[in-house]
Design a protein around this ligand. Sequence first.
Ligand SMILES: C[S@@+](CC[C@H](N)C(=O)[O-])C[C@H]1O[C@@H](n2cnc3c(N)ncnc32)[C@H](O)[C@@H]1O
Length: 209
Amino acid sequence: MRPSRLVLGAGGAVLGVALWWRRHPSACPYSQRFWVQAPHPIITRGRLVEALEPVPGERMLEVGPGTGYYRLDVARAIEPEGALEIFDIQQEMLDHTLARAREAGLTNVSATQGDATALPFAEDTFDAAFLVTVLGEIPDQDRALAELARVLKPTGRLVVGEVLGDPHMVTLATLLRRAEAAGLRLERRVGPRVGYFARLVPGSGAPTQ
Ligand SMILES: C[S@@+](CC[C@H](N)C(=O)[O-])C[C@H]1O[C@@H](n2cnc3c(N)ncnc32)[C@H](O)[C@@H]1O
């Protein structure tokens, strides 16, 4: 076979897998964690912190930490009294992130395993919550956003990060439509639309995109 046909065939196969994946939301398996361990251009740690504005003493929730790309910056920003709760559907991801947190000397990170569509936390628990390249993996995104809105304090904020290239990317327009249904509105966006952090707060109103 000619090399050009081989390249075209391989490209088509990759596109086919990506399209299938997009239509069938599911958690990125721990065995494929190299995807989440790679550098995250555009949706950088600095931009997450800029959108989240963590304050010492706060109680934070991260849904879907994967192997913990963002945990260090957030956990450090809220210590010593603040606590970061990591929540993931896969226990292996939590074990991995907790081990890295301990290695880094962090003592304010704890973990709970479960599904984001049924958060095992009381109403008004968290000052802030965040999830990065997670929402699109959840089959019932509306339910997950409603759950996040429920566990946030009335003064809380939720930061959602998404990036182009992720087969499960949720566009900003889709996110805002779903967020409104969950009683959340956009306060501001950090980063371009192709790789954004949307800071959402309880309430309704015309979003500024
Ligand atoms: C693509 S990884 C993102 C990891 C990390 N946020 C990052 O950006 O490096 C998605 C993570 O969300 C988790 N996840 C997927 N569906 C979930 C659900 N329904 N409830 C909780 N966690 C979920 C996966 O197990 C995985 O750890």
